[in-house]
Ligand binder design. Structure first.
Ligand code: PMT
Length: 398
């Protein structure tokens, strides 16, 4: 899977920098081409001579190679690479990457990178556990970067044993798995809905819900990482929710009606759809043109049903197309999910319950059960990026 792949290896100033040699050796053994970019602090821990001997390439560290007008182009490196791996990644470099502080060659290369980025943090547990480091790691993850850590191989929900850099062979395994998955959905087109819908009451108020879009965006990233073309239709989510993948086309909508129109137009040309959005089932019968004033002791808003996007796509579904839905429940979870599975003609339904701590709206984690007409599989609480992998693995098995 790594044969012929071009990897930019970023090395920062950590004691774990010596392990970069083992990473390089394994990558090269598996047929990859490696270009090292090292920070000034990184060079205090490992010499460029060792690294260039292992990669058979000069190590890049400074913008200007020598005083003759030649310089290293971070933009060219960004276009050359099939992947960028930053291992070890210190708290300082992680902070700079998350905030665009482009003061060395490694960070400028990261900011110009067109290929997927993998980051293996290395620091002591206190630094790792600090809210600022955690915030920066989450920011990088929201940019679609892959965080590789001991334990799960990717960013885990618990802090114990964290901070230490993942072992070189596991880091290389993560890259291999990524490239294996990358091919697996090549040529497939997937429609994904994400986030809430807002149903206008008047110019300042709406009926909405707590969906952040995190689960849907994680699904979009996962499908795109496996080589699929993704049409992401999303309701109003925070401006922090950004897609950073050229294989994802995003359409922003506000209401259930707008989401319905977008999905109806897209689904016929898709291979699959994953409907993760929390769509309002009802909308105000009328939207007031002016802000409604407070009068009297009570107020009644009459609601009318919204289109059921899932049920409509279920009816449109052709042979060879697949349709996956979600069920967000608070009681009688399994039986409610079974009813939706049948009624909406899903191939499988992903059940998440608000009774489970860390599951559902806004959290970075989710706990799901995947239910088909005759099977049921429970999964443990995991980061939404990992949950997305489980869901897409199931989709690929249909
Ligand atoms: O966005 P996050 O904060 O990360 O939260 C993720 C999530 C909790 C929103 C997500 O995991 C989830 O459960 N999404 C579905 C929420 C929901 O509306 O479930 P439901 O049981 O009401 O709907 C069942 C299915 O029908 C869903 O696939 C839904 O997208 C779809 N539906 C519902 C109503 C409607 N009018 N049209 C629809 O297509």
């Amino acid at each position: 899977m790594l044969q012929g792949k071009k990897i930019v290896l970023g090395i920062t100033g950590s004691i774990a920098a010596y392990k970069s040699c083992l990473i390089i050796r394994q990558l090269i053994k598996k047929g990859a081409e490696v270009q090292v970019v090292i920070t000034p602090a990184g060079k205090e821990f490992i010499t460029p001579v060792t690294l260039s001997a292992l990669t058979s390439k000069p190590v890049i560290s400074e913008f200007f190679a020598q005083r003759d007008g030649t310089w290293h182009s971070h933009v060219d490196l960004g276009l050359w690479a099939d992947a960028m791996l930053i291992a070890p990644a210190t708290a300082s470099s992680i902070g700079k990457m998350a905030n665009g502080v482009a003061d060395n060659m490694l960070i400028t290369t990261y900011l110009s990178m067109k290929a997927p980025v993998f980051i293996a943090p290395a620091m002591d547990l206190d630094m790792y556990a600090h809210p600022s480091t955690q915030k920066n790691l989450k920011t990088l993850q929201s940019y679609g970067n892959h965080i590789i850590e001991p334990g799960t191989g990717f960013l885990a929900s618990k802090l114990e044993g964290k901070g230490r850099m993942e072992e070189p062979e596991n880091i290389v395994d993560c890259l291999e798995q990524f490239f294996a998955r990358k091919e697996s959905m090549k040529g497939k087109k997937v429609l994904i809905t994400a986030g809430p819908t807002y149903e206008k009451i008047d110019p300042v108020r709406f009926i909405g819900n707590y969906s952040s879009g995190k689960m849907g965006f994680a699904l979009a990233n996962e499908c795109a990482n496996r080589g699929a073309w993704v049409e992401l239709v999303c309701g109003p989510v925070s401006s922090a929710m950004q897609v950073n993948n050229q294989s994802i086309h995003r359409t922003d909508v506000e209401s259930a009606h707008e989401m319905f129109e977008a999905c109806k137009a897209l689904y016929p040309s898709m291979d699959s759809a994953i409907l993760c959005a929390a769509v309002a089932d009802f909308a105000p019968e009328r939207t007031a043109e002016q802000k409604i004033k407070r009068t009297g002791d009570d107020m009644v808003i009459r609601l009318k049903p919204n289109p059921d996007i899932a049920a409509s796509l279920g009816k449109m579904k052709k042979k060879g197309q697949t349709l996956v839905g979600f069920a967000l429940e608070t009681n009688d979870e399994e039986s409610n999910a079974q009813v939706k599975l049948k009624k909406k003609n899903f191939d499988f339904i992903v059940l998440n319950s608000l009774k489970d701590e860390g599951a559902g709206f806004r959290t970075d984690t989710n706990k799901i059960t995947i239910i088909t007409a005759d099977t049921k599989k429970d999964y443990p609480l995991k980061p939404k990026e990992e949950v997305a992998k489980d869901i897409v693995d199931n989709l690929e098995c249909l």
